[in-house]
Design a protein around this ligand. Structure first.
Ligand SMILES: [Zn+2]
Length: 414
C-alpha cells in the first residue's frame, strides 16, 4: 500500500504523533491517520498522527485494541515515536477508526493508581521506599526497602482504603523547574524534561508517565493478598478495584465449597482442615506400620517358593500390584538376611523397573554388573552398587525377558 504524499511530507517535516493518552486517559475511541507502516518479521508496525494508545513503559503493560478493525497486539515507544504492532496490514490510511480495549486499560489504571496510593502511604507513614514495581494482567506487586510487622501492614492497608473512601481528586501536573523543586516528590523523575507529576490530593506527588484514575473513589478497594521477605525488605502482592472483587469472588467460592464439603460454618473451616490433616497423618503412620508387617509376610512367603542354587536362595518375582516403594521394602527385608538374592521386576503404567539385591555375604555377585544387560531389554537406565542395583525403562512388554535374563545371569555366576 502506498502512503499518500501528504503523509510522507508530515514524516519528512518531523511531525511527531500527538500523545493524547497523556491528556485524556478516559478516551477509548478515536479517529486518526496512519503516517507510516513498517513490515518487520511478519508484523506491521504502524505510526499514527495521534494516539490514545498507551505504549509499554514505566512498569505498565501497553494497551491493546483495534486499528481499522485489526487487532493491536502491543504498542511501544521508540525515541519519540509510538508504534502499534498489528498482525495484518491496514487496507486504508485516512480516517482510521481506533478502539482501545477499555477493560484492560481501566484495569491497569486501577492497579497503577492503587500502587501510587499504597506506595505513598508506606512512604509517608513509615518512610519505606518502593524500589520495585511489577504490573501484568494477572499480577501486581511492589518491593520495599525495609520490613514491617503484620500489624503495621494492616494499618497501611486500612489507611489506604480510608483515602479511597474520601474520594480524593487525582491530577496531572506539568510544573516548571522552579515549581518542581518546591514539590515534595516521592521519587526522582526518570526523565529531565516535560516532567509530569501525578498529584493525589496532598498525599502524593509522583513523577510518572503512566495512565491513572481521576479520583481515588474509582479504586473501589485495595487489598494486600501476599507478603514475603525480599532482599532484606518486603515484596507485597495486592489487588485493586475490579481485580479485588474478582479475588474476593474466587475466595468466597472456595470458602462456600469448603463449608459444604466439611459441613462446618465458615469460621470453623480452618480448625476443621487442621483436624483432618492431623487425622490423615495418624492414618499414614498406621498404614506405614501395617505395610511393613504385610511386607514381612510377603517376604517370608516368597522364600518358600524360591530356587536354591549352591545354598543361595534366588527370589524372583514380577510385581504389578504393589507400589515400587513396597517392592524395595520386600527386597530390603530379604537381603538383610544371609544367602538371599532378590531379582524383582515391577510394572506400572508406562514404566518397567528392575531391581537386583543381595545379602552382604554373597561376594560372587555384583548387582550393578548383572543388571546392565537385562536393563537393555526394557531400554532402561539405572545404577547402584554391588549389593543393590535398580533401573527403569519404557519397554514394558519386555519386562519378563529382562527378569528371566537377570535370573539366568545370576544362576550362572553362583
Ligand atoms: Zn503512575
Amino acid at each position: 500500500m502506498m502512503i499518500g504524499n501528504y503523509y510522507k511530507n508530515i514524516l519528512k517535516g518531523g511531525i511527531m504523533a500527538e500523545k493524547l493518552y497523556e491528556k485524556d486517559q478516559y478516551q477509548d475511541e478515536f479517529t486518526a491517520n496512519i503516517i507510516d507502516i513498517t513490515a518487520k518479521e511478519g508484523k506491521y508496525h504502524v505510526k499514527l498522527d495521534k494516539t490514545y494508545f498507551y505504549p509499554k513503559g514505566g512498569g505498565q503493560p501497553s494497551d491493546q485494541g483495534k486499528i481499522n478493525g485489526l487487532d493491536v497486539e502491543y504498542v511501544y515507544k521508540k525515541d519519540e515515536d509510538i508504534f502499534h504492532v498489528l498482525d495484518e496490514k491496514p487496507s486504508k490510511v485516512k480516517d482510521i477508526k481506533c478502539n482501545i480495549d477499555w477493560q484492560r486499560r481501566y484495569d491497569f489504571m486501577q492497579q497503577h493508581t492503587g500502587q501510587h496510593l499504597l506506595s505513598a502511604v508506606l512512604k509517608n507513614d513509615y518512610d519505606l521506599n518502593t524500589v520495585g514495581f511489577s504490573l501484568s494482567a494477572s499480577n501486581l506487586r511492589i518491593d520495599l526497602d525495609k520490613q514491617l510487622s503484620c500489624q503495621q501492614l494492616k494499618q497501611i492497608e486500612e489507611k489506604t482504603n480510608q483515602y479511597i473512601y474520601k474520594a480524593i481528586d487525582i491530577e496531572s501536573l506539568y510544573p516548571d523547574q522552579t515549581t518542581l523543586g518546591e514539590l515534595n516528590l516521592r521519587k526522582e523523575p526518570a526523565v529531565d524534561q516535560n516532567i509530569r507529576v501525578i498529584k493525589i490530593g496532598n498525599i502524593d506527588f509522583s513523577p510518572c508517565g503512566g495512565t491513572h484514575l481521576k479520583n481515588t473513589a474509582e479504586l473501589g478497594m485495595i487489598k494486600i493478598i501476599d507478603v514475603e521477605n525480599y532482599k532484606g525488605g518486603l515484596r507485597l502482592e495486592f489487588v485493586c478495584g475490579k481485580r479485588a472483587l474478582k479475588d474476593y469472588d474466587l475466595k468466597n467460592e472456595i470458602c462456600l465449597q469448603l463449608r459444604d464439603i466439611l459441613s462446618v460454618p465458615e469460621q470453623e473451616i480452618l480448625k476443621e482442615v487442621k483436624r483432618h490433616q492431623k487425622a490423615i497423618n495418624t492414618h499414614k503412620d498406621r498404614i506405614s506400620t501395617l505395610d511393613k508387617e504385610l511386607m514381612n509376610y510377603k517376604a517370608e512367603a516368597l522364600k518358600k517358593s524360591a530356587d536354591r542354587v549352591n545354598g543361595i536362595l534366588i527370589v524372583k518375582k514380577l510385581w504389578t500390584d504393589l507400589s515400587y516403594d513396597n517392592v524395595q521394602l520386600v527386597a530390603n527385608i530379604l537381603c538383610n538376611q544371609a544367602n538371599i538374592i532378590c531379582i524383582f521386576a515391577h510394572r506400572q503404567k508406562e514404566t518397567a523397573r528392575l531391581l537386583i539385591a543381595r545379602s552382604e555375604n554373597i561376594k560372587a555377585i555384583d548387582a550393578s554388573e548383572v543388571i546392565n544387560e537385562p536393563l537393555r531389554c526394557i531400554k532402561g537406565r539405572g545404577g547402584g552398587n554391588k549389593l543393590n542395583a535398580q533401573g527403569g525403562g519404557n519397554q514394558i512388554d519386555k519386562i519378563l525377558d529382562a527378569l528371566n535374563l537377570a535370573y539366568q545371569t545370576v544362576k550362572e555366576q553362583l
